[in-house]
Design a protein around this ligand. Structure first.
Ligand code: C2E
Ligand code: CA
Ligand code: CA
Length: 653
């Protein structure tokens, strides 16, 4: 039983936070309690001075004062926050033990004084015991065990002591002490219960908010990271970019951003499957991370596109050299599930502040450099330059000009003859669109056609040019055909295809006299739709020519699948034909491909007699080029037919 009571007295339940809070609250009040004890002892010793032994009136109070003073200083100097839970438990036990000891000693001292005193001083002793213990119980209420011990030791012993006296007043005092202490303990217990639940609620709240913070942190991490590669994602890339732009805005200290795009990634996905594609992307991230210095931010922007932020880039040459190193490293084959995959990477760089002063502008410029590199130098790194800026401005001027233009009056068509060199006959004219803007002057067709495509007005442009070409063709003899260039956008809906058909019908020209030219790259943008549209046109008797053959994919399987009648071999092959044997071989192969597939073949861009002679050797009979004629205005085209209907190849001018 005693053991259980002792265990209860030294047991401190609840959480470590609650123990710490109790100790803290107690520590704040202990010095006050000690002061109260010492002060009350001095007053009691004073009223007993002279008629009680010195060790009771002086020695004892001094000894107690020294001890409680030391304890107060010790507690005041302790930083509770630095104490471990174990230490706090130990200290709480000490407090309980010391409160038992101190109160016992005080009680003994008081009863010793009582023995020596007379009624008034005895009353003082009773008052001392009662008030001091009530004060102490209040001060130490956070340690329940101590308050109980003080009550039991002081009040309990006092009640027994006074009840055993013969004086009725002391009996009454004992009853009063008991009642007051009971009420005090009841109130204090209620208060400490509330205190404990307050501390506990605070602890739960703190834990919840800590967990919430951790969750937020995790969410932030997930929202800013790419799950496949573990690299920062697009959002994080732009956050970093915006921050750097803001930081450098004041000083204009340059930095560079880069966009990287894998070439040949789609075939890896198609051939090896998506798991292998994912592996390749993850390995790309790893390889890049390995060679990039720590200060460079690398992010996966999406798909097979990565982004770089280079805070301290050095010269343009240095950054391009670094870009080439990256390109070379990614050309090394990748081991993926199912085999070895090869890709290359093209990089576009743009420098702050020259290329752009906002994150958006910089990114657009880097992307422009990337597209430029893809078209001109795939698998390499390109830095956005003043030339790029100029051509962007030109395009935007052209786009603006096109929107304002009186297209009906400003667009016209020129015609370049296609000659059958075996007979010298002009078998057809290719219509080439021209735009003469009163404000911008003559704009090259590839430029304004591209802008019209971007602006969504290509069908209007095509329609005007086609009408004019058809009107001119009506003047030509029946055997001379009209070849007209189409944009892929002209084939993207049945409505636009039907518009072309109805234009031909209205012109009164036979469908069989019309050839429509479309480029390989155009067809590839939407192969199925283009194939359907071309097949439909072909059923009406219209001929289809595949333009600029050899510059795009040049895949034989695609040519086979397409409903075409003619291939036009791009003039880039002819340009080198005299000095380059490989170019001659390619030309020969392409011509024999046409023969095998039973297709007409036109060689474009023949400029010299020796080029013509080589073309003749290959067996190709249809040519087009400056050697015969540059594009001519309608009137001159008609005259060309009349002047040289049968040109002798040897005498071609
Ligand atoms: P394309 O269809 O390959 O047209 C042939 C281009 O080669 C024409 O350039 C022509 O002037 C040029 N050319 C012809 N013979 C020679 C030669 O011997 N040497 C050299 N160096 N060049 C020669 P042009 O008129 O500047 O047209 C460029 C491109 O613009 C055309 O290439 C075509 O893709 C496009 N285009 C022209 N007119 C139209 C049109 O009305 N609609 C569409 N959608 N595209 C058009
Ligand atoms: Ca053409
Ligand atoms: Ca062409």
């Amino acid at each position: 039983m005693l053991k259980r009571i002792a265990a209860m007295m030294f047991e401190f339940g609840g959480s470590p936070e609650l123990r710490r809070a109790r100790y803290k609250a107690m520590a704040r009040q202990i010095p006050l309690m000690n002061c109260l004890i010492v002060f009350n002892m001095i007053t009691l010793a004073y009223t007993h001075y002279g008629f009680v032994p010195k060790y009771l009136s002086v020695g004892f109070p001094v000894a107690v004062a020294l001890f409680v003073g030391y304890r107060s200083v010790f507690i005041l100097r302790t930083n509770v926050d630095t104490l471990s839970d174990d230490v706090i438990v130990r200290r709480l036990k000490t407090v309980v033990f010391l409160s038992l000891m101190t109160t016992s000693v005080l009680a003994v001292w008081s009863y010793a004084l009582f023995q020596h005193g007379f009624p008034f001083t005895q009353m003082h002793v009773a008052l001392f015991l009662c008030l001091t213990s009530i004060g102490a119980i209040n001060c130490i209420m956070h340690i329940r065990q101590s308050s109980v011990l003080i009550s039991v030791v002081v009040i309990g012993s006092a009640v027994v002591f006074f009840a055993s006296s013969e004086v009725l007043v002391f009996h009454a005092i004992a009853v009063n002490m008991l009642a007051v202490t009971g009420v005090m303990l009841f109130i204090n217990f209620g208060y400490t219960r509330d205190f404990a639940s307050l501390v506990e609620r605070g602890r739960i709240l703190r834990e919840q908010s800590k967990r919430l913070k951790e969750l937020n942190g995790e969410n932030m991490r997930l929202a800013n990271a790419d799950s496949l590669t573990g690299l920062p994602n697009r959002r994080r890339f732009f956050t970093e970019l915006n921050a750097l732009v803001e930081e450098r805005a004041a000083t204009d200290v340059p930095f560079v951003i880069g966009t990287l795009d894998l070439d040949g990634f789609k075939p890896v996905n198609d051939v090896f499957g998506h798991t292998a594609g994912d592996e390749l992307l993850a390995q790309t991230g790893e390889r890049l991370r390995k060679i990039l210095p720590d200060d460079i931010i690398l992010a996966r922007l999406g798909g097979d596109e990565f982004g770089l932020i280079v805070p301290c880039p050095g010269t343009d040459e240095a950054i391009l050299e670094f870009g080439e190193q990256v390109c070379a490293m990614l050309r090394v084959p990748f081991d993926v599930k199912g085999g070895t995959a090869r890709v290359s990477v093209t990089i576009g760089f743009a420098a702050f502040p020259d290329a752009g002063q906002t994150a958006e502008a910089l990114f657009e410029r880097a992307d422009y450099a990337l597209c430029y590199a893809k078209q001109h130098d795939k698998g390499s790194a390109v830095m956005f330059s003043d030339n790029h800026e100029r051509s962007i401005r030109e395009v935007s001027t052209v786009v603006h000009g096109l929107r304002e233009a009186d297209l009906e009056n400003e667009l016209y068509v020129m015609f370049q003859p296609i000659i059958d060199i075996t007979t010298g006959h002009t078998i057809a004219f290719e219509a080439l669109g021209r735009w003469e803007s009163p404000t911008l002057g003559n704009i090259a067709p590839n430029v304004f056609i591209h802008s019209a495509e971007q602006e969504g007005i290509i069908s209007k442009v095509t329609s005007i040019l086609f009408s004019k070409a058809l009107a001119a063709a009506r003047e030509w003899p029946q055997h001379v055909r009209l070849s007209f260039n189409l944009s892929v956008y002209d084939l993207c809906s049945m409505i636009s295809v039907q518009r072309l058909v109805s234009q031909i019908s209205k012109s009164g020209i036979q469908f069989s006299r019309i050839t429509l030219e479309i480029t390989e790259t155009g067809i590839m943008q939407d192969f199925e739709r283009a194939r359907e549209a071309l097949a439909m046109l072909r059923t009406m008797g219209i001929k289809i020519a595949l333009d600029d053959f050899g510059t795009g994919f040049s895949s034989l399987s695609y040519v086979r699948k397409l409903p075409v009648d003619r291939l036009k071999i791009d003039r880039s092959f002819i340009a080198e034909i005299e000095e380059n044997k490989a170019a001659r071989d390619i030309l020969r192969t392409m011509v024999s491909l046409c023969e095998n597939l039973d297709l007409d073949c036109v060689v474009e861009g023949v400029e010299t007699r020796s080029q013509l002679a080589i073309v003749e050797e290959t067996g190709c009979s249809l040519v087009q080029g400056y050697l015969y004629s540059k594009p001519l205005v309608s009137k001159d085209a008609k005259a060309f037919l009349e002047l040289c209907p049968l040109v002798d190849t040897a005498g071609a001018a």
